[in-house]
Design a protein around this ligand. Structure first.
Ligand code: ADP
Ligand code: MG
Length: 753
């Protein structure tokens, strides 16, 4: 709504102008504060440091200032080691802690000497080890023995399941002051008995004190910052001003001051997203759409008559809801959420048919090529002779056209032509549809499948266009509790399919502890063979593609080899992962669909949408590396037909750990909403909004959807008021909050194109 260079014609709203953002970059901000915070980090720190910060997702001065300490270390109290260890169990994180040095031991003989230091807070403990030349060993030993207190920062690793810090950087707190390396001293100089020191997220190249130092440099550069938030909002929400907030977060004099600062920064995130949405809503309400009321005896009626199953009551009710929306002169903005396998596709297709019956075109956007192909074949199959208006086609029929990036130029050209001349009533594709030269004859409806893959930012970019707009239906299989949805997807009406169509098979899920019971893993492969011998098919999922791609857990390629050699020898095995060329992916899915592959070893790319009822078993290797929602989505690929499903979660996560508990939760229920609650508790608003998944830095970094639900709600209320007070968005500060969100929408769309 801020941009006025959108393509003008109705059908052209999907054509995107990639350089539109560039031309505005310098003039984009209306306030100095936003401009300064958007400055690249190199304005504040050296190029090498700036580069190192990218690992923390920090690219601008503002990103840096919004990097919050993970812990507040008090000058006096020791870090709670038990909590620290528990928080990081199963992962390898950079941590910093203030601890008592209980024991310093020199072990081994030169030249293989090492020092082992036992750190404790009085309850929990942790070992720190140091290796090096004898002279260094002596120096360290002396330094470490100079006090019984120190601050240690390094990577928390696991050795024989015991937590261990290998070669932490450290400073000792002695009666004469601090002792340690020069680098660490700078920040540690701030430790005194009554103030607090923030311990920041770190990387190998950026220990917490370098982070603190950089923040302090950046802050000096921009402070004092004028507050872009209108005073009335600040007062209504009881917030400190922005400059004070940064100060209180990074140099806290008390825990209360810190909390106040954090609250302000959290509010800014919430307000940005909410006010952008409030203006979108306002904007939508000023637009019109062509009503698409359908036709009494058209395609939809015929389609319903030939469906091989009976629609559920919910499917019918939601269909009616959508039908009512489509008949209005306001563009529909509806979110259809529904459990995996709840039958969203047929609901969407019926809406698309109603639009075709009204003389318009409908487009279905899928997040991946595989899904686009699958949708095309499902839709062709469901439509039967209603698809394809060739010479022999039925009287009421329409062309169904597929358009993906991987298609040859000639096929693409043909598809684009049929889209442009209106011959194609139904268009299915990937985001290739958003890019070049696709013009619709008369686009009436946009359906976006698997919304969580696209993100709200992209969805909005879709909806940017001129006076009359198409209706929009977005679908997601990630269930979102209603309260959260209200605040987050506030610009959408919601429909929910809560039931799975009857006749769906059971899926039993079992966690297999491969450390405690290695024999069960062999049993799992035997089970795979049994399943295949009864004619069923199996998915095996692993966290990564090949060796050395920087991720943890077993890889698809390695599994394909080892399983193919022994436990699954003789079975028809194929691999599927994101690095394969599109044509190959499609071919593999087609062969799997035709039953020519027994076992498909894949990455989580099969997580969404793949619908193949003959697949009855899934083995997820190193399942602890997947999130709750992801596991639920993956499992949703089986038990889709009449055959009972078996899902095995292979893991090395020990009982009682957070990772293991997540797996047990997934095993305990197939209720997506219950799992979503568990999952959401850990997720940030940006994750839910899809902003981080779109691959870019997000303006939403800190907010947790459940934890900060109240703050989000408050921000929403104030955002509504802001629109009422200022419908034309003339306040420069508020305009910048909106711009921050909307400009990222374009950026993420560019990434996708
Ligand atoms: P999702 O909501 O996960 O996208 P789909 O739309 O892929 O689910 O539907 C899953 C399967 O259920 C498909 O094979 C579809 O044809 C089938 N299906 C949809 N609705 C019904 C129904 N009312 N009765 C029986 N099967 C149905
Ligand atoms: Mg689907």
């Amino acid at each position: 709504m801020i941009k006025d260079n959108q393509p003008a014609q109705l059908g052209g709203f999907l054509s995107f102008t990639p350089d539109s953002l560039d031309s505005e970059v310098t003039t984009i901000w209306k306030t100095r504060t936003f401009a300064e915070l958007a400055a690249p980090l190199t304005k504040a720190v050296g190029a090498d440091t700036a580069k190192a910060f990218r690992a923390l997702n920090v690219e601008t001065v503002g990103d840096l200032l919004r990097l919050l300490p993970r812990h507040l270390m008090s000058g006096t109290a020791l870090t709670d080691i038990t909590a620290l260890v528990e928080e990081n169990r199963g992962s390898e994180e950079y941590v910093a802690l203030k601890a008592r040095v209980a024991k310093v031991d020199k072990k081994g003989e030169a030249p293989r000497e090492r020092i082992e230091v036992r750190l404790t807070d009085g309850k929990g403990w942790l070992t720190a080890t140091f290796f090096g030349r004898s002279s260094l060993i002596r120096y360290w030993q002396q330094l470490l023995s100079s006090s019984d207190r120190g601050i240690f920062a390094g990577k928390l690793g696991w050795f024989n399941r015991e937590p261990q810090l290998a070669h932490p950087a450290f400073v000792m707190i002695t009666d004469q002051g601090l002792k340690g390396s020069a680098k660490s001293m700078n920040m540690m100089a701030r430790v005194n008995t009554n103030s607090f020191v923030g311990l920041y997220p770190q990387t190998a190249k950026l220990p917490t004190w370098t982070v603190a130092e950089s923040i302090s440099l950046a802050f000096t550069l921009v402070s004092p910052l004028e507050d872009p938030l209108p005073a009335w909002v600040r007062e209504a929400a009881g917030l400190v001003d922005l400059d004070t907030a940064f100060q209180q977060v990074h140099n806290p004099l008390s825990e209360e001051a810190y909390a106040q600062g954090v609250r302000r920064l959290l509010f800014d995130e919430a307000f940005g997203a909410q006010v952008a949405m409030a203006y979108r809503r306002h904007d939508t309400s000023t637009h019109t759409a062509v009503p698409r009321p359908g036709q009494p005896d058209g395609l939809l009626t015929r389609f319903d008559a030939q469906l091989p199953f009976t629609l559920t009551d919910e499917q019918i009710a939601i269909g009616d809801q959508i039908g009512t929306d489509l008949a209005k002169t306001r563009p529909m903005q509806r979110l259809l959420q529904g459990e995996v396998g709840s039958g969203k596709t047929v609901v969407a297709l019926r809406a698309m048919l109603a639009v075709v019956d009204s003389g318009g075109q409908a487009v279905l956007m899928a997040p991946t090529e595989v899904l686009a192909h699958q949708h095309a074949s499902t839709i062709l199959q469901l439509m039967g002779e209603l698809a394809g208006a060739g010479l022999l086609a039925a009287e009421h029929a329409t062309d169904v056209v597929l358009l993906t990036g991987a298609m040859t130029a000639a096929t693409k050209g043909d598809a684009i032509e049929r889209i442009a001349n209106g011959q194609a009533g139904i268009v299915i594709g990937t985001h290739a549809l958003l890019s070049t030269g696709v013009k619709f004859h008369d686009l009436g409806l946009v359906v976006v499948d698997e919304q969580h893959r696209f993100g709200v930012e992209q969805r909005n970019a879709l909806a940017q266009q001129d006076a009359a707009r198409p209706h929009v239906l977005v679908m997601t299989a990630t269930p979102i509790p209603r309260s959260v949805a209200m605040t987050i997807f506030g610009d959408l009406d919601m429909s929910t399919l809560s039931k799975i169509p009857a006749g769906r098979a059971e899926v039993s899920t079992t966690v297999v502890d491969q450390v405690a019971h290695p024999a069960w893993v062999d049993r799992a492969w035997t089970r795979v063979r049994e399943e295949v011998s009864t004619g069923r098919q199996v998915y095996i999922v692993a966290p990564r593609i090949g060796a050395g791609d920087g991720k943890e857990g077993r890889s698809v390629l390695e599994l394909a080899q080892t399983l193919g050699e022994a436990p699954l020898a003789g079975l028809r095995i194929a691999v599927l992962h994101g690095r394969l060329p599109s044509s190959e992916k499609t071919e593999i899915m087609t062969r799997f669909g035709a039953g020519q592959i027994d076992v498909l070893i894949a990455t989580s790319m099969i997580e969404v949408g793949v619908d193949h009822p003959n697949a009855s078993m899934m083995v997820i290797c190193d399942a602890e590396w997947f999130g709750i929602s992801q596991l639920h989505q993956l499992r949703g690929r089986i038990g889709r037909g009449a055959y009972p499903g078996v899902c095995l979660l292979l893991t090395s996560a020990a009982e009682g750990t957070g990772a293991r508990n997540r797996l047990e939760a997934v095993a305990a229920t197939r209720d997506g909403f219950a799992l979503a609650e568990a999952d959401l508790a850990q997720r940030r608003e940006g994750d839910v909004l899809g902003m981080t998944q779109a691959g870019r830095r997000s303006s939403l970094r800190l907010l947790k959807v459940l934890e900060h639900a109240d703050l989000i709600e408050e921000a929403r209320t104030l955002a509504e008021q802001a629109v009422q007070k200022d419908p034309t968005l003339s306040d420069p500060g508020v305009a910048d909050y909106v711009m921050e969100i909307e400009s990222r929408a374009e950026a993420s769309l560019e990434d996708a194109a």
